[in-house]
Structure formats: structure tokens, C-alpha cells
Design a protein around this ligand. Structure first.
Ligand SMILES: Cc1cc2nc3c(=O)[nH]c(=O)nc-3n(C[C@H](O)[C@H](O)[C@H](O)COP(=O)(O)O)c2cc1C
Ligand code: SF4
Length: 412
């Protein structure tokens, strides 16, 4: 029987109306060459749009070349406008909207060498940069903050000009803006450090500037942590302060995530990393040191069991504290999960792994063909962000490596 009801109804987010409330979460596709989208990326997002999502999110589009964590990520710049246009028009042709996740890694640069010290909230040793020699980070000055704000604004303007319907500023997971928000990385003693209100000051300023620049035509979203998942990290009370500050700065919707790439990946995924798949893929690419480091990190993870909707208790607290639209993310695995999230007052549901496993899941939910995702939360897909053919679910056939060698604008 055909499923109807709230998750399938349109929703308005700032200047944007989506055909339904299912959003594909930004999940590093590893589908670009020299920071330029490939034909594989077009196919990936076209499949998701054809499969029924209201909006798909292009992951990790760095606002500056040194803002990438890996060399196979997009660096958003005027020279790639034709490739971005190919991507957005393919998605629009299928009736879906498309969002650009714009971000800067700051000191979280794991896969490439950055000239000089990486930027961050605070100075000091940079554990995330060990493998590629980015050993030290420096605290951003006011001039750095102005430059990075301008980079975010320019990236948002370019995304708008390329036809993106929304931009999502990444303020979670341990990237630059989160390095300010989280007490794990912000040790400043000025107006940008200390209290939760101070720590969100710079990220909120960036959002307000982006909103001023593109907000009339483009929805401005932010992905935040409801909590970092560690004792010394941001707690849900900090998440509430962050959400309130971003509401005041003009955010059209917040996507609620959690966890940090270095300290608490397991919290982000509600489950442990897949050590075997990670070692296999990294060794194939000659990244033996990284394989060793990843395995060592994974072995220190707590032994947690995956739960559907694993961020719900945290996200409910944010829902109760703010009025702006919120998107529930984290372990949406069934139609019932999506219905529950919307019934509890979340305006959208955001899915990564369930849609990597089956890009047509939303249509299948809608047609009543399935009610449960076949994804078993093995996290094998995470290893494929290092694969030359791009990210995929290990249950599906391999991606075509040749598609990942053709620029998006040259695709058929
Ligand atoms: C392969 C893979 C790559 C990811 N890359 C990103 C990323 O680039 N940016 C981001 O914000 N989150 C990234 N994530 C996290 C997801 O967006 C999402 O927050 C997380 O998987 C939880 O949602 P889920 O339970 O629906 O999978 C990634 C997840 C996966 C599985
Ligand atoms: S590899 Fe496939 S089944 Fe495993 S977590 Fe990723 S999407 Fe789910």
C-alpha cells in the first residue's frame, strides 16, 4: 500500500520548498579530480534525485584549497562552475533540490600537506595532521577570521550561481568552525573562547555573513553537533547555546549531528568503525601508515551497539529549545523512524547510510515496497572515501572507476 503522510509532504525552508522531507546527508563521495566534480558525482546525485529524495547534499566542498582534508575533495572556485552546473541541472531534472556542504577543515587535514601551520581556534600540536606532516596549528587572528568569512561568502555565492538551492555550513565533526565551538579544540581566552556563547561567536558571524550575501534566494543551513560524545567535549547544553546563536544569526534550518572525527567517530555513526574494510582499502592505495593509525584508533572505540535514531534524546532537547526548522539525523533506517521524527516536530529527516545502500529508498518507502532499509550499519562504506572509484556500499556492485576520471561538465 502506498505510504502517505508527513514525511512525503512538501516543506518550506527559508526561500526553498522541497517536494518531501527526505534529505540525503553530505557523505564524502570521493568523486572528484583536482578538486573538480566528476561524471561519477553527477551519476551519484542523479540516482538519489531519481530515487525520490527531496534534496541531496554534495559533501565536503572546501571553501579554500587548504580547507580540504583529503586531496579528492571539491575545492569550490570559479573554474569549476561548468562542472557544478552539470551537477545541479542533473538533480533538478529529476525534480529534487541540491545543497552544497561548504566547509573548511582547519587543522583537520589528514590526507595532504598544507604549507606552514594549519589554522584553528587555538595553537599547538595537531594530532590529526601527524600522517602528512601537518604537526602544528596556529590560532586564527582577526585578519584570518575576516579572510575565512570572505571565503565562505564567496563559496556560497558561487554555489548559488551554479544553481544550488541551499548551502550547508559544516559546524560539526571537528572541522574548522567546530574547532571553535568545541571545548576539545578551543582553548582561547578572548571573546571567541571560554563560554559556549563565546565559542560559537565566530561560526555565527560566518553564517550571518553568508545569509546576508545569498539568503534571499538560497536556504542557509548549518550542520551542528548536538554533543561531541566525550566527557570533556561539548555537551547538549552547549548544543542548545549553539542552536540559539545560529537561529539568531539567521539560519534557515539546522541539521543535528554529533561526534568528532578524531575523538569520537563512533558517536557520529552510533557504531564502531569497520577496521577490516578500512585496512583493506587503505592498503590497496598504499596508505599503510594510515591503515595502521585507523586500526589503532578503531581499537580504542567503546563497544557500543547500534540503535536506530541514536541521537533522538539529544535532538529532542534542541527541538525544545529553539523555534527554527530542524532536521533529524542519525540512524534513520525505516519509514517508521522518519514518521516518528516528523511527528516529534523535526521538519526534515537526513539520511546517509540508508541512502548509500539504496538511493531509491524514498520512492520504495512511498510506493509501499519496503518499510526498512537493508543497511546493516557495518560502516564498510566509510573506507571507500579513500577509493579511486569513490564511495559505495559494500553490498552493492563496485562503482565504475572510469566515470571518476571524467570531469562532470564532459559527462554525456
Ligand atoms: C561514507 C560516509 C562519508 C561521510 N562523509 C561525511 C562528510 O563528508 N560530511 C559530513 O557532514 N558527514 C559525513 N558523513 C556522516 C553522515 O553525513 C551522517 O552524519 C552519518 O552517517 C549519520 O547518518 P546515518 O545514520 O543516516 O548514516 C559520512 C558518512 C558516511 C557513511
Ligand atoms: S557499507 Fe552499506 S550496509 Fe554497510 S553501513 Fe555502509 S551503506 Fe550500510
Amino acid at each position: 500500500m502506498r505510504a502517505e503522510g508527513l514525511p512525503f509532504e512538501p516543506v518550506t525552508i527559508g526561500p526553498l520548498t522541497l517536494r518531501n522531507r527526505f534529505i540525503k546527508s553530505g557523505a564524502n563521495e570521493a568523486m572528484c579530480l583536482d578538486g573538480r566534480p566528476t561524471a561519477a558525482l553527477v551519476k551519484h546525485h542523479r540516482d538519489l534525485a531519481r530515487g525520490g529524495v527531496g534534496m541531496t547534499t554534495v559533501a565536503y566542498m572546501a571553501v579554500a584549497p587548504e580547507g580540504r582534508t583529503l586531496p579528492n575533495q571539491i575545492w569550490i572556485r570559479p573554474g569549476i562552475l561548468p562542472d557544478l552546473l552539470a551537477l545541479t541541472s542533473a538533480v533538478h531534472a529529476e525534480g529534487a533540490a541540491i545543497s552544497a556542504q561548504i566547509t573548511h577543515g582547519g587543522s583537520f587535514v589528514t590526507g595532504m600537506k598544507v604549507k606552514g601551520r594549519t589554522i584553528s581556534a587555538s595553537s599547538g600540536f595537531n594530532p590529526a595532521g601527524m600522517l602528512k606532516g601537518n604537526l602544528l596549528q596556529r590560532a586564527m587572528t582577526e585578519a584570518d577570521m575576516e579572510r575565512v568569512t570572505a571565503e565562505f561568502v564567496a563559496a556560497a555565492q558561487l554555489a548559488r550561481d551554479a544553481g544550488f538551492d541551499a548551502v550547508e555550513l559544516h559546524m560539526g565533526h571537528g572541522y574548522l568552525l567546530n574547532q571553535f565551538i568545541s571545548p576539545l579544540s578551543n582553548k582561547r581566552e578572548d571573546q571567541y573562547g571560554g563560554s559556549a556563547e563565546n565559542r560559537v561567536r565566530f561560526p555565527a558571524r560566518v553564517l550571518a555573513a553568508v545569509k546576508r550575501a545569498v539568503g534571499a534566494s538560497t536556504a542557509v543551513l548549518a550542520k551542528i553537533n548536538v554533543a561531541d560524545g566525550t566527557r570533556r567535549g561539548a555537551q547538549v547544553e552547549d548544543g542548545i547555546v549553539t542552536a540559539r546563536a545560529l537561529q539568531a544569526a539567521g539560519a534557515d534550518m539546522l541539521v543535528l549531528s554529533g561526534g568528532r572525527n578524531v575523538e569520537s567517530t563512533w558517536f557520529m555513526f552510533g557504531s564502531r568503525m569497520n577496521r577490516q574494510e578500512m585496512a583493506k582499502v587503505l592498503k590497496q592505495q598504499g596508505e599503510r601508515l594510515m591503515a595502521f593509525a585507523m586500526q589503532a584508533a578503531a581499537s580504542r572505540e567503546p563497544d557500543i551497539q547500534f540503535r536506530e535514531m541514536y541521537f533522538l534524546e539529544y535532538s529532542r532537547k534542541i527541538r525544545a529549545a529553539v523555534d527554527l526548522p530542524l532536521a533529524y539525523l542519525g540512524g534513520i533506517k525505516s519509514l517508521a523512524n522518519a514518521e516518528q521524527a516528523v511527528a516529534e516536530g523535526f521538519d526534515c529527516v537526513v539520511l546517509a547510510r540508508a541512502l548509500l545502500h539504496d538511493p531509491a529508498l524514498v520512492n520504495k518507502f512511498h510506493r509501499g515496497e519496503v518499510v526498512q532499509s537493508g543497511c546493516d550499519n557495518c560502516n564498510g562504506c566509510v573506507a571507500y572515501i579513500y577509493h579511486p572509484a569513490g564511495t559505495r556500499c559494500v553490498m552493492n556492485p563496485p562503482n565504475d572507476p572510469d566515470l571518476n576520471k571524467i570531469p562532470a561538465s564532459a559527462a554525456e
